[in-house]
Design a protein around this ligand. Structure first.
Ligand code: HEC
Length: 105
């Protein structure tokens, strides 16, 4: 019973987050963001620095502490790596990172 409640809460939470694209990330497409993150091997490189699955690089309590700062960091990585993302793509990537790691409102 307890398990059922937890599972339902988890499912509900996921659904809520899945539709929760901040207004600042206008035009974001979560599926596209996920694809871009995989395609550009963001995690592979972060893994080299922090180990594990690489997600420890994302620190909500660090210097990236707002939606705007998160997008700025994605833009900086994009420029440094010469990936050439469009603004909607930067928003999409930011929205996925926010949904999975930062959870800024
Ligand atoms: C060539 C290696 C490399 C690749 C590829 C890379 N990153 Fe990074 N990224 C880093 C390093 C190193 C840091 C830590 C920088 C620091 O702490 O100042 C970082 C930090 C970040 C941060 C800030 C984390 C935080 O909370 O402080 C974000 C967001 C980020 N990267 C997003 C991305 C995204 C999105 C991609 C793929 C499009 C990507 N990175 C690809 C090396 C990389």
């Amino acid at each position: 019973m307890k398990y059922l409640v937890t599972a339902t809460a988890l499912m509900f939470g996921t659904v809520c987050f899945a539709n929760d694209i901040p207004a600042l990330y206008q035009g974001a497409d979560l599926k596209l963001g996920e694809k871009l993150i995989a395609q550009h091997e963001c995690s592979a490189c972060h893994q080299k620095k922090v180990g594990g699955d690489g997600s420890a690089i994302y620190q909500p309590a660090g210097k990236v502490n707002t939606l705007g700062a998160l997008r700025g960091m994605v833009e900086a990585c994009d420029q440094q790596l010469n990936i050439g993302l469009f603004p909607e793509e930067v928003n999409s990537v930011s929205a996925v990172l926010n949904r999975d790691h930062y959870r800024f409102k």
